[in-house]
Design a protein around this ligand. Structure first.
Ligand code: SAM
Length: 290
């Protein structure tokens, strides 16, 4: 069994290193011994596939990934954990720990340096305060990633796995669905962590698409349309978009008509193809084509 999920081992380790957990950095460490092996097994890491981990903590998931992955690169923001990781991961020949903020790091550089020519998956127990921005960074930067298997808050998992057109879907979910096919894998109760957070969690897997599911002329405009539409999700799509994009209502109404979207529709009822049709109708590239 992985010793790092044993609470007495964790307490001894942390006290020996004089380490105090940071709530701000989302430091809730996994102590349920069955979770990390399951995450590693579901991640897609393997003899020919490397893994990128964000936030290794004391290395409990890192160790499981090291067993299955060709190579593991783990990025940890808290410098105080680096000596702890040096101790817990000593002897793991296929693991490299990078000290830094995953949100600020040039991940293309990390891939060039550590994963050149390799197949890569991401697997992490994410610090909840950066779930959405980090997932968007991983997806928008178009890194050569095959899948992202992450632990997130249960509510976030439900939202992220809700496809466009379903009420739980939000702007981030819609963007996630453009890049990937999300799937809820399993729930994890709050008692599986030390210290236990207030809410339960779930592990989701995003299988990255090779091709986007809809054709858009201008991705930045497409995502802007989605963001603006969900900002005022209770308003009609006509009102949300004309206010959010600062366009006269009659022009927006004509765009919606050409896109085949009812003016009275609401963001949460629209499919990705409808968002794409609106963005394509608004795109100067489209106008140039007509
Ligand atoms: N993987 C460990 C586990 O499962 O027990 C720890 C997970 S804990 C929820 C989140 C970890 O992410 C912490 O170690 C925290 O210091 C680290 N972290 C927080 N923000 C980060 C960031 N921006 N970049 C890299 N690591 C970060």
């Amino acid at each position: 069994m992985n010793q790092l999920s044993d609470l007495s081992v964790i307490e001894e380790l942390l006290s020996r290193h004089g380490f105090h957990l940071s709530h701000k950095l989302g430091q809730n460490f996994l102590v349920n011994p069955s979770v990390c092996p399951k995450m590693a097994a579901e991640s897609g890491a393997g003899e020919e596939v490397c893994a990128l981990e964000i936030g290794p903590g004391i290395g409990v998931l890192t160790k499981e990934l090291a067993k299955v992955a060709k190579k593991v690169v783990a990025i940890e923001i808290d410098e105080r954990l680096i000596p702890v990781l040096e101790e817990t991961l000593a002897g793991e020949e296929n693991v490299a720990v990078l000290s830094g903020d995953a949100m600020e790091m040039d991940l293309h550089e990390v891939f060039r340096e550590h994963f050149s020519g390799e197949r890569v998956v991401v697997c992490a127990n994410l610090p909840y305060y950066i779930t959405s921005p980090l997932l968007m960074k991983l997806l928008e930067e178009k890194l050569p990633i095959e899948a992202i298997t992450v632990m997130v808050q249960k509510e976030a998992a439900a939202r992220l796995c809700a496809p466009p057109g379903v009420r739980e879907c939000g702007a981030v979910s819609a963007a996630v669905w453009y890049y990937a096919e999300p799937k809820l894998l399993f729930s994890v109760s709050h008692g599986s962590f030390y210290p236990p957070p207030k809410v339960d969690s779930a592990v989701i897997r995003l299988a990255l698409r090779r091709e986007p599911p809809v054709a858009v002329f201008d991705e930045a405009l497409f995502f802007r349309v989605i963001r603006v539409s969900f900002l005022t999700r209770r308003k009609t799509i006509l009102n949300s978009l004309s206010a959010g994009l600062s366009l006269p209502k009659d022009r927006m109404a004509a765009v919606l008509q050409r896109a085949g979207v009812a003016q009275s529709a609401r963001a949460e009822t629209l499919s990705l193809s409808q968002f794409a049709a609106i963005a394509n109708e608004l795109s100067p590239k489209k106008e140039a084509e007509i």
